[in-house]
Write a protein that binds this ligand. Structure first.
Ligand SMILES: *[C@@H]1O[C@H](CO)[C@@H](O)[C@H](O)[C@H]1NC(C)=O
Ligand SMILES: *[C@@H]1O[C@H](CO)[C@@H](O)[C@H](O)[C@H]1NC(C)=O
Ligand SMILES: *[C@@H]1O[C@H](CO)[C@@H](O)[C@H](O)[C@H]1NC(C)=O
Ligand SMILES: *[C@@H]1O[C@H](CO)[C@@H](O)[C@H](O)[C@H]1NC(C)=O
Ligand SMILES: *[C@@H]1O[C@H](CO)[C@@H](O)[C@H](O)[C@H]1NC(C)=O
Length: 456
C-alpha cells in the first residue's frame, strides 16, 4: 500500500514538474514594454544572451532546423593549376530561437530588432570545399523577429576546391560543388533546409553577377545528402555551380593568329618550287610561330594538357612538315638539274599515270607547271612525255650497259640529257603537288577533328 502511495506521490510530483516546465514557455516572453519609448532594454535580453553557448531549444531531442540560402555575387577567379575557384557569396542563415519572443502590441508594434550576432548562438555552417581561412567580417548583426526567427546574413569570400577539367579550354564549362554542412552538429541536433528554391538562388545570382569577368554563371543546382562518418550522420546540402568561360579573349589572341600563320604556311606552297624564297619564307614563319607561342604561353592554363596545346603542337608540326617538304623538293630539283640519275621504270609508269589525267582535269596539274619559272633547265617543246620517257630510258640503259652501238652524236646526247632533266623536274613538280595535297588533307582532318572534339 505504502509503496503504491509513494509511487502515486512521485507521479504527482512529475506531473507538477511537467506543468511547470510547460509553463516556462511563457516565462521566455521578453517584457518589451518601453522599447518604443526608451529603446531596447538590454536587461530584457540578458537571459537570452546568457544562453548563447548552448543550442537554443527547449527539448533537446528536437533538432534545430537551420535554413540556408545564398546569393553568388561574383566569380573572382578560377585557378586551374591550384584547382581553386574564388567566389563571393552572401550567405543567409535562418533558424528559430524559442527563448526570444515578445508581444509586438505591448511595445508599439516593434516586430523585429537587430542584435549583434556575437550575443547569439550561431549555427556553425561551413562549406566543405573551403580551402582558406574564413575572412568573414566581425561585428555582424542578425535580425530577430517577435516570433524568435533569427536571420543572419554574412558575406563570404569562398576559396573552394573544385575539380577543374581544362581539356576543352578555352571552350570549357566547369561544375564546382559547394557543400554546406554543420561542422559538429549531427542530424539529431541540426537539420538543414533550403530557405529559397534553388531556381530562385540561381536567378538572383545570375542577375547579380554583372561583372564583365571571364566566367559566366550558367546555373546552380542542388541536392540534399546525409554524410555518415562512423556512427554519426551529418546533414548536407550540395550546390552544383555550373560556370562557363568566355572564350573570346583566347579565340582572338590564340586561335586566330595561329590559324593565320598556318594558312600562310599552306599558301606558301604556291611560291614556285624553283624560287630561292620558299624555304626561307617557311623558316621565318616557323620562327614567328615559335615567338608567338612563347608570348602567349601565359594565357594557357598551367596544369594539364588542354586540347588547344595539342592544336598548337599540330600547327607547329604542320609547319615543320611543310619546311621539310620544301627541303626535299629543293633537293630533288637540284639533283634533277645538275646530274639527273636514270629514272627507274616504275617511276616512269607512275609519272605516266600522273601525267595522263592531265587532259581530263587540266586545272590541278597545271598548278605544278605554273610554278615553272624561266629556269635554265626548262624545255619549251615537251609535248609528248610518254614518248620521251621511252627514248630516254632506252638510252640510259644502253649507256649504263656500255652498249657499243649507241655512238650517237654529241647533240643527240645533249638532247637526251635535257629530256631526262625535264622529266625529273616534272617529277619534282608532281611530287610537290602530291605532297601539298597530302598536307592539305592532313591539315583539314586534324583541324576538323579538333573542332569536333571542342564541340562535344
Ligand atoms: C514589464 O516591465 C514594466 C516595467 O519596465 C512593468 O511595469 C510591467 O509590469 C512588466 N510586465 C510584465 C508582464 O512583467
Ligand atoms: C521531447 O521531444 C521528444 C520527441 O519529440 C518527445 O518524445 C519528448 O516527450 C519531449 N520531451 C518533453 C519533456 O517534452
Ligand atoms: C525552413 O524551411 C521550411 C520549408 O522549406 C519551413 O517549413 C521551415 O519553417 C523553415 N524553418 C525556418 C527556421 O525558417
Ligand atoms: C555537376 O556534377 C554533378 C555530379 O558530379 C552532377 O550531378 C550535376 O548534374 C552536374 N551539373 C551540371 C550542371 O553539369
Ligand atoms: C528564373 O528565370 C527564368 C527565366 O530567366 C524564369 O522562367 C523562372 O520562372 C525564374 N524562376 C524563379 C524561381 O524566379
Amino acid at each position: 500500500m505504502g509503496r503504491s502511495g509513494l509511487h502515486e506521490n512521485g507521479c504527482f510530483l512529475c506531473l507538477i514538474l511537467h506543468l511547470l516546465l510547460q509553463g516556462r514557455g511563457h516565462t521566455f516572453t521578453i517584457n518589451c514594454s518601453g522599447f518604443d519609448r526608451y529603446g531596447v532594454d538590454p536587461a530584457a535580453f540578458q537571459a537570452v544572451f546568457d544562453r548563447k553557448a548552448f543550442r537554443p531549444v527547449v527539448n533537446y531531442s528536437i533538432p534545430t532546423r537551420v535554413n540556408i540560402s545564398f546569393t553568388m555575387s561574383a566569380i573572382v577567379e578560377v585557378d586551374a593549376q591550384l584547382q581553386l575557384m574564388t567566389s563571393f557569396l552572401w550567405l543567409n542563415v535562418i533558424w528559430y530561437n524559442p527563448f526570444i519572443r515578445w508581444n509586438p502590441e505591448e511595445c508599439g508594434g516593434i516586430r523585429k530588432i537587430s542584435i549583434a550576432a556575437k550575443n547569439l548562438w550561431l549555427p556553425d555552417i561551413f562549406i566543405e570545399e573551403f580551402m582558406d581561412v574564413d575572412q568573414t567580417a566581425t561585428g555582424l548583426m542578425a535580425y530577430v523577429n517577435s516570433e524568435g526567427l533569427i536571420k543572419y546574413d554574412k558575406p563570404m569570400k569562398v576559396v573552394s576546391i573544385c575539380n577543374l577539367d581544362i581539356f576543352y579550354f578555352p571552350f570549357d564549362e566547369q561544375n564546382c560543388t559547394l557543400t554546406f554542412s554543420s561542422f559538429i552538429y549531427t542530424v539529431e541536433n541540426v537539420v538543414l533546409g533550403m530557405e529559397k528554391k534553388v531556381q530562385e538562388i540561381s536567378n538572383t545570382s545570375q542577375n547579380l553577377i554583372r561583372s564583365k569577368g571571364e566566367w559566366v554563371l550558367l546555373g546552380i543546382h542542388q541536392r540534399m545528402m546525409k554524410m555518415t562518418v562512423g556512427t554519426n550522420q551529418y546533414d548536407q546540402i550540395i550546390f552544383y555551380v555550373a560556370i562557363r568561360r568566355k572564350p573570346s579573349l583566347y579565340v582572338i589572341n590564340l586561335l586566330v593568329p595561329s590559324g593565320f600563320l598556318v594558312a600562310i604556311d599552306a599558301l606558301s606552297f604556291y611560291l614556285p618550287a624553283e624560287s630561292e624564297n620558299r624555304a626561307p619564307f617557311k623558316m621565318t614563319l616557323l620562327l614567328g610561330y615559335n615567338v608567338f607561342l612563347l608570348m602567349m604561353n601565359d594565357l594557357l592554363p598551367a596544369a594539364g594538357t588542354p586540347l588547344i596545346s595539342i592544336y598548337f603542337a599540330l600547327c607547329l608540326s604542320l609547319m615543320v612538315v611543310s619546311l621539310l617538304e620544301t627541303i626535299f623538293i629543293t633537293y630533288l630539283l637540284h639533283l634533277a638539274t645538275t646530274q639527273p640519275p636514270p629514272m627507274p621504270q616504275w617511276l616512269h609508269s607512275l609519272l605516266l599515270y600522273w601525267a595522263s589525267p592531265r587532259k581530263c582535269c587540266p586545272t590541278a596539274p597545271q598548278k605544278g607547271n605554273k610554278g615553272l619559272g624561266p629556269t635554265p633547265t626548262h624545255l619549251p617543246g615537251v609535248k609528248e612525255p610518254v614518248e620521251l620517257v621511252g627514248k630516254v630510258s632506252c638510252h640510259i640503259e644502253s649507256e649504263l650497259n656500255g652498249c657499243p652501238g649507241s655512238a650517237g652524236t654529241q647533240q643527240e646526247e645533249e638532247a637526251q640529257k635535257q629530256h631526262l632533266v625535264d622529266l625529273w623536274v616534272k617529277f619534282s613538280h608532281v611530287m610537290d603537288t602530291l605532297l601539298f595535297r597530302l598536307y592539305l588533307l592532313f591539315m583539314a582532318t586534324s583541324i576538323i577533328t579538333v573542332i569536333v572534339l571542342w564541340n562535344t
